[in-house]
Write a protein that binds this ligand. Sequence first.
Ligand SMILES: Nc1ncnc2c1ncn2[C@@H]1O[C@H](COP(=O)(O)OP(=O)(O)OP(=O)(O)O)[C@@H](O)[C@H]1O
Ligand SMILES: [Mg+2]
Length: 355
Amino acid sequence: MSDTDELLRIEGIRKTFPGVVALDGVDFDLRRGEVHVLLGENGAGKSTLIKMLSGAYTPDAGRILVGGEEARIQGAQDSERLGIATIYQEFNLVPDLTVAENIFLGRQPRRFGMIDRKRMEADAEVLLKRVGVTVSPRARVRELGIARLQMVEIAKALSLDARVLIMDEPTAVLTSEEVEKLFAIVRTLREDGVGIVFITHHLEEIAALGDRVTVIRDGRSVGQVPASTPEDELVRLMVGRSIEQQYPRERADRGGALLSVEGLTRDGVFHDVSFEVHAGEVVGVAGLVGAGRTEVVRAVFGADPYDKGAVKVAGSAVPKYDVNAAMTAGIGLIPRTARARAWCWTRRSRRTSGW
Ligand SMILES: Nc1ncnc2c1ncn2[C@@H]1O[C@H](COP(=O)(O)OP(=O)(O)OP(=O)(O)O)[C@@H](O)[C@H]1O
Ligand SMILES: [Mg+2]
């Protein structure tokens, strides 16, 4: 590696919030044309670290070098000027503006003092083609699904000529098909020499996409390893224990059945579904797309009716098709789309107001 291959270097970064040491000495570096994965448990400090690079936070101590020179990143403009683009999981787009307006927000091409809409839309079209997404530059961002929102964010990063692209858990909200598309784009950008910082909790994505991995635990970088490192070794680094200790086969503290779903049937939608959820337990509901997972949990929550069966909380039957009764019984539901949308819009406004 020549020195000029180094895009970014972070040395001994520390960041404290009232009562919390979020980062306690993190080292990291990024080269041209690599995907460098940031790995760590929830709360390890990954997002805090990248917010130092996007200018959302400033470090209490330590250095950030961009292209070999010490950089002071005190806001989004500094970050942008240094060629760093960040794609947050909750996105940073304005719902009521068009795709083209979002891509060129604050930098719209002008002609005789007016925004040159034609040129802006043509330029947006080129960028959207490059990320391989079919969406009109004139579409309102509010109308787009998650995967397309992400592509618009990437197109925006390309328009800024970013040399460093940071992605915070980009695959968390995507279907496996959309993940493949995203990977293809990331690989193309890597070939173009962009350095990519990629945060994920999915270990299988590391081998599929990554080059190097930096593991963060409790605000410290505890290891830098190649992406080909076996998963159990990555987990050991991440949690500081072996995988057997992390996932005990039997949970000793399993309590009584809190939720019982008995023979739940909705004609033509799902048939004879039964399961129990005990106190202190996480139960996964698996199935192919269209198998009826969402429909079952909606029925359990009283949002949809069912024809046969029963839902019980701690042994007492919960009246069917009655959300209030379900909530009174202590059942909560976070629907999939609402969750993704809420991330998009509520956190966006909070963040932009902070900037
Ligand atoms: N603005 C803040 N104020 C106070 N504490 C914060 C703030 N941001 C982060 N923290 C704390 O700093 C620590 C690191 O959080 P961070 O969000 O960086 O973790 P993470 O590795 O991104 O986790 P996750 O995988 O859940 O996204 C946590 O203990 C978190 O509670
Ligand atoms: Mg995070």
